[in-house]
Design a protein around this ligand. Sequence first.
Ligand SMILES: [Zn+2]
Length: 403
Amino acid sequence: MGKKKKVALLCSSVVLSMGMMSPVYAAPNGTNPGTPDNQQYSISGFIGHSELSKKLNQIEKSSQGEVNVEVAGYSNQGREIYTATVGSGDKVILIQSEIHGNEKTGTAALLNMLKQLGSNNSAEYQKIREEVTIVAMPMINPDATELNRRGNDLSWSEVEEDFPQLQGSAPSWNYYTYTNQYWDYASNPGFDVNRDFNPDLNYTPKAEDFPGDSSMPGWYITPEAQTVRDVYKNLMTEFGQVDVFVDLHHQGEYYVEGTDDKVTLSISGDFVPDPSSEEGSKYSQYSDTYNEELSKQLNVAAYDALQDRGNSPFDNITLYPQNLDLPGTALGSFALNGSGTVLFEVTGQTQSYGQKKIGQLVEAVETGVYGIIKGVATGDVYEINPDEYDEIPLTDRDQDYGL
Ligand SMILES: [Zn+2]
């Protein structure tokens, strides 16, 4: 199958947002163009932050010591951001969900998986717990979850208070201040947390690095990105590296390229140009750690696990647009630090689907993530031919995009 190269249109004036249940709007300040969409939706099938806290507590208790839940940090509005750890192996798999508060199936999938990973006593699951350490961070942007929106709940003046050296600087390019019929960022402004990461894990904000743009690293100005960064750094200290990083998102509705089939899920392991290539030369300091091959193998492991399920909806899996340069995403920053990386972008808007469809989408995420976990636990993932990645079907998608 030929690989058709797609060129990402990334410019400083564009905030790329394709969240499920999050139609994108033209914003008054011109920083958030997109397709107006009047769809209404229900989020009644998903949980809020207080229910997350309860469920994690229940899972920890019923696991009889297999799942360890801790508070890793707090959102800007003071909500707990958790880690739930299961397993004691040398290989580390960090999985986060809901960095965009309106992209919710990943959280449901993680809770199901934690329950299973903590309580299943089959030989297979015992082996997983022996071989890998799984650190789940569900709902890492809980203030956005409560507002059912993409951005967190943090103003530029609060950022200036936290970082006095930024007083008088232009706010970062990923700062939302517009209002529309669904979201009121004017009263509650916020940031796209998934542009606030920096491959320099010790970076501190400098005025000259603002406002930045999508092809430049972020700054760790948001408490949510700081918390994930701190967890990542602590794992690096403890284990030497974070072998795998998985980030669970949603996108709009698309078709499998060359077909009339709707995409269930898109995956990717490509967020920055290879530091060893000419295109990626600005990242050359990371050329020894960046591991494109492992990212490809992990994506193939997820893809194969879904293919093994057979019929639709689990076989309509595509590659997310490739050849991106998004160093401010958690995936981009952590890939440069040596993690094998996998993006999940579940399709669509919940209002067009019933509860059954939501259940299938959650199951698709679980199936793909289990493919990764089992591949790492057995070692099979390291035997996968990375070139199989380039044979995963592409998405028919002809617009700007971001994750
Ligand atoms: Zn997202």
